[in-house]
Design a protein around this ligand. Sequence first.
Ligand code: ADP
Length: 167
Amino acid sequence: METKQFHFQLAPTSWLTMVRQLFAKYELDTANAGITYTLDIVPKQGEDLLLTVDPDRIEQVYANIIYNAIKFSQSGGFIDVRVEIRDEPCELLIRVTDTGVGISEEDLPHIFERFYKVSKSRSNSGGSGLGLAIAKEIVQYHGGQIWAESRLGKGCSISFSLPLHRV
Ligand code: ADP
């Protein structure tokens, strides 16, 4: 992305269709991990609102969050995806909450940095430490934000927002 070799193909997209498709794609992976995976779409209106996104890049963001949630959870855990619409600015909010190992106060401010990984002894995840840094760049490119809330031993929530507009 830094060398501008990363191309985005933006297209007007229904947020509701996108959310349902993203959720459905990871039902099998979560089920195989023994995790209860739920979708909670809060808005009862606003179906006509659109996102202008590159759907493949947004899937990359979502997949990274879900795979981390699976990786840092145990069988028997829960992953809940909650979807809201915020006003002023009008934006879609997707929050993925897991019941996994969580992140310490000390590590939390750094997880969106490149190559950052929490000490091996605890996570032993084998990841690159790049996933969330790339996710942040993708979300910011779309005009949104991404952030995390967590406590060690108490699970983790990763949220991201994307601007919405009228048809
Ligand atoms: P990796 O490829 O190592 O998973 P990421 O950039 O995706 O890299 O994540 C950075 C670090 O943030 C992870 O190594 C892990 O320590 C922490 N992390 C991310 N998501 C979670 C989660 N859901 N639960 C606990 N820790 C997490």
